[in-house]
Write a protein that binds this ligand. Sequence first.
Ligand SMILES: Cc1cc2nc3c(=O)[nH]c(=O)nc-3n(C[C@H](O)[C@H](O)[C@H](O)COP(=O)(O)O)c2cc1C
Length: 215
Amino acid sequence: MSMLTFVPGEMTDPAPYRLLTSVVAPRPIAWITSVNGEGRPNLAPFSFYNAVAGFPPTIMFSVSYRRREPREKDTLRNVRETGEFVCHVVDEASAEAMIRSAVEWPEAFNEIELCGLEIAPAVDVRPPRLTCAPVAMECKVTQIIPVEGATNVMVLGRVVRFHIREALYRPEIGLVDTVALQPLTRLGGGVEYTRIGELLLLPIPSLEEAMSESA
Ligand SMILES: Cc1cc2nc3c(=O)[nH]c(=O)nc-3n(C[C@H](O)[C@H](O)[C@H](O)COP(=O)(O)O)c2cc1C
């Protein structure tokens, strides 16, 4: 089968970004609330996002500089200033509000109000929680790491409290019903998204089972 080869160093921005985001996909979306030093709230989505440690539970998201002006995004400035954020799951029902919250609103605008979203106070951190989100994770920033050679900064945060919509929690196994959660996930190029599909159960065989199968 014939293969194409691309060398990022020979490509111009944003071609490598377009390739990468369509390959490392689908990506979950972190819908992040933060506040500045005066307590003014902010909301924005980030799909350079994942879990990086299970215990203590730790997540990361990566913030790029704005293309038009070399100014830190409000979320990054806020988490530097206050060391806290709340990360929400975006479900399919919130897709339009999430997109609207990504508009590069000037700093003085409140995206939460502009998107018509309701909030509730968080318990352990100052940023508010979005009530429409089926899951909210209150987080304390543990590290802020510039990505070598890139205009991105990686923020790591420890989850200090989970809020889970009760109907989605399966107490007998300690898991959220991720299919019922209907998370919206992002693909490439800035406009492509997808929903998660059918559940596949694939337990890893023990070494003995694997050896007997390959015998
Ligand atoms: C689904 C989605 C995912 C996004 N992911 C990222 C990301 O990972 N990193 C980033 O810097 N911007 C990302 N953006 C763009 C930011 O949301 C956008 O720049 C936003 O205005 C930043 O807001 P702030 O200045 O209030 O922090 C994403 C936008 C959308 C719609």
